[in-house]
Write a protein that binds this ligand. Structure first.
Ligand SMILES: [Zn+2]
Length: 86
């Protein structure tokens, strides 16, 4: 995608997480995740929710560029996102 802006990410969808597991179910081993397609390296990876923040943090598995995906208040239920780390 073309409209990158600095080191910001292009997030093409946001998600609403009203189906999150209950608090007791959220452990480090079972954090919610979303699939990210890193356009910098054309690779797919999961990134995990940075509890208790309403965002997901992760790095490109190849080049290590960091992505942050904010959970939108009125997004879609998409599970796959595309990110273009600058
Ligand atoms: Zn990369």
């Amino acid at each position: 995608m073309a409209d990158t802006q600095g080191d910001q990410l292009d997030i093409f969808a946001t998600a609403e997480w009203d189906d999150l597991p209950s608090r007791s179910d959220v452990s480090r081993a079972k954090r919610p995740w979303v699939g990210i397609h890193f356009e910098c390296c054309q690779v797919y990876a999961r990134i995990y929710r940075d509890l208790p923040e309403a965002r997901y943090d992760g790095c490109c598995p190849r080049c290590g560029r960091r992505v942050t995906l904010r959970v939108g208040p009125s997004g879609t239920h998409a599970r796959i996102f595309r990110a273009t780390p600058a």
